[in-house]
Design a protein. Structure first.
Length: 99
């Protein structure tokens, strides 16, 4: 777990579901902001459906907070690699973005 990533995620003024997903990704992030939890694990731990997790990740990507990279193995796709952009921040005086 990266405490730096968790502290960054907590400060972001996001809508509830988006913030929950960002916090969970931050919980799994290494010191470089990289993590690879499965979609099923994120859904289970966030108490959300996998389709809701996908929507939240897509919003976080549009905001530039997360970059997702699909990973393939010889047997097919495996968990995505997520990169957290710890330099990205939504201004606190702005309303949370509605995408």
């Amino acid at each position: 777990m990266s405490f730096q990533a968790m502290a960054w995620a907590i400060k972001q003024p996001l809508q509830t579901y988006d913030k929950m997903v960002l916090l969970m990704l931050s919980n799994y992030a290494d010191s470089h902001g990289k993590c690879w939890p499965s979609l099923a694990k994120l859904a289970d731990e966030c108490g959300m459906s996998q389709s809701q997790i996908r929507k939240c990740v897509a919003k976080l990507e549009k905001l530039g907070m997360v970059r997702r990279q699909m990973q393939m193995r010889s047997y097919g796709q495996t968990s995505n690699m997520y990169y957290l952009n710890l330099d990205c921040a939504i201004k606190e005086d702005e309303d949370p973005p509605i995408l």
